[in-house]
Design a protein. Structure first.
Length: 289
């Protein structure tokens, strides 16, 4: 005998749940309306973020844009920006990947404090970072005076100083990305390699590094984009000398005071680079529903 529930519907004796009536399709799920107190601020925030970019495109001097972008000053600043950003990314990879491994794999006292110090440039005002670099690596800095006295190396107001400033602000992006990837990777593969006779460094190079390669690549792209757009630390530590330290953001700032159309054209180049970076990282950082 089939038991009946309180509503009179037949229930399944095994599951205790009501049986679905045959021939009746499941009712479509209704979408709940968006609350107006949430929709209006969301639209306002969307307009706040998109409107300046649209205004930049609207005010772009499209007729003179080819002449603006092919000028010697623009190509000089662009070439220097690409060169310094790439060099800063290389420095970040050389120093940041081992640092991320240390934070992710080694247990030691004060690791939380060290992680906070590593990520501090993310929230530190770039101008303050430039001042800190001057105090450390300037001619009279804590380390810089010894570099000048012993090796004759002077970093401020040089192209190498641009690379140092950009690496200082960009490396935390790479460290955070690589550390997160390392924490998600299974450490047992590395441990198995060491039990088979591989050294710790060989296990990292032959086993761990291929596993975390996507995270390293994503962090390198983010660091490169951040280095390309760096302004505050660069102008404070390296100055603004055309052909030597004047990168694209500095050229935009300088052109805005005398030639707004050139500043718009340079800004458009940086906007295109930023869009390209986001498009390259969409599969890793963005998911479609």
């Amino acid at each position: 005998m089939t038991p009946l529930d309180e509503s009179g519907a037949a229930s399944d004796t095994l599951t205790g749940g009501p049986r679905r009536r045959r021939g009746r399709a499941a009712a479509p799920r209704r979408r709940s309306p968006v609350p107006l107190p949430l929709l209006l601020p969301a639209l306002a925030g969307l307009a706040f973020l998109i409107l300046p970019l649209v205004a930049l495109l609207v005010r772009t001097p499209w007729s003179t844009l080819p002449d603006q972008l092919t000028s010697a000053a623009v190509w000089q600043a662009l070439r220097l920006s690409l060169l310094c950003a790439t060099a800063a990314t290389a420095v970040s990879l050389l120093l940041g990947v081992p640092l991320a491994w240390l934070l992710a794999r080694v247990e030691f006292r004060g690791r939380g404090l060290l992680r906070a110090l590593v990520t501090l440039p993310l929230v530190l005002p770039p101008v303050v970072g430039g001042v800190a670099l001057l105090m450390a690596l300037g001619r009279n800095g804590v380390v810089g005076k010894w570099l000048d006295a012993w090796f004759g190396i002077t970093l401020p107001f040089t192209t190498a100083g641009v690379v140092v400033a950009e690496a200082f602000v960009a490396m935390p992006f790479l460290v955070i990305s690589v550390e997160g990837t390392l924490r998600a990777a299974d450490p047992r593969y590395e441990e198995a390699a060491t039990t088979l006779g591989a050294s710790r460094f060989t296990a990292f190079r032959r086993v761990t590094l291929p596993l975390i390669a996507p995270g390293v690549a994503a962090g390198a792209v983010l660091a490169w984009a951040r280095a390309l757009g760096e302004f505050g630390a660069t102008i404070t530590f390296a100055g603004n000398f055309p052909g030597r330290t004047q990168t694209m953001p500095l050229a935009v700032y300088l052109a805005l005071q005398s030639d707004p159309e050139a500043a718009i054209a340079l800004s458009l180049v940086l906007l295109a680079v930023s869009i390209a970076v986001l498009a390259g990282l969409r599969d890793r950082w963005m998911t479609a529903s």
